[in-house]
Design a protein around this ligand. Sequence first.
Ligand SMILES: Nc1ncnc2c1ncn2[C@@H]1O[C@H](COP(=O)(O)OP(=O)(O)OP(=O)(O)O)[C@@H](O)[C@H]1O
Length: 290
Amino acid sequence: MIQAVGLVKRYGRVAAVQEASFSARPGRVTGFLGLNGSGKTTTLRMLLGLVRPTAGEARINNRRFRDLSHPAREVGAVLEQGISHPGQSGRAHLTSQAILAGAGRSRVEALLDRVGLTEAADRRSGNYSLGMRQRLAVATALLGDPPTLVLDEPANGLDPEGVAWLRQLLRDHAGQGGTVLISSHLLAELAHLIDDVVIIAKGRVTCEAPLADLYGASGRLRIRSRDQHRLWQVFERAGGRVTRNGDALEVVGLTPEHAGEIAFHARVPLHELTVETPDLEQIFLDLAAA
Ligand SMILES: Nc1ncnc2c1ncn2[C@@H]1O[C@H](COP(=O)(O)OP(=O)(O)OP(=O)(O)O)[C@@H](O)[C@H]1O
């Protein structure tokens, strides 16, 4: 469990984070979304004890990071690329980090395999692609087998296969009861990866909700029939908000099942009943620009 409680960070006159409160729950993958410069990295660094909050508190499993007795066993982080020395091989990097995390050599080999780096393990990490460096960073974060993962823009530089791999890894982690907080400036990048969304705009949290609610919030039906006037009346009477779009009605506030039954009882045959998929990126941009 990750909790941000009224987090504030000011750099001189710059208010990087302002009263940010949210949580990321066990068993869920939570997306932490915001445009560039909205305060994501600063917030994650406060959660991980790397930046001291001006006010408020960040808690991991109900404790501040600095009060954790075995940080590497409680939380793993992917914060930035280039964590390894470029001359060092992936295996050498992971082995040296394993010592810090109290993990054994067999764990290093298992993790190289898990992130798909076994074959490249002895190559200089400086020659790794961005995607391979991300995989190495994820392996490093997993060394202490922590239940909580914090990842800053981990999908950056991953090709579609890499994104599918990351998705499975995070899903498995959450499926075993782990907590995952993952940041991005693109909702589309995370849409298939996350259960919950926290959106930060200009340092303030503007939305904290299950991703499904974001879809549901703008669920809109498109309906055509022979008697649009009659349908308009009965839909409004049932609590729907109706507008016209060309020869169709657009209805918000009714489920397709409800709308279909209302039309049936009003004896108006439907020619079309479509659930319009909301433009998720647009919803995100509206919330992120708030
Ligand atoms: N050490 C610092 N000193 C001064 N200002 C800072 C510092 N770190 C961040 N800021 C400012 O705080 C604001 C938030 O920055 P932050 O890096 O947290 O945003 P971000 O959402 O992670 O952006 P990006 O996606 O571009 O990494 C920005 O205006 C940034 O310039």
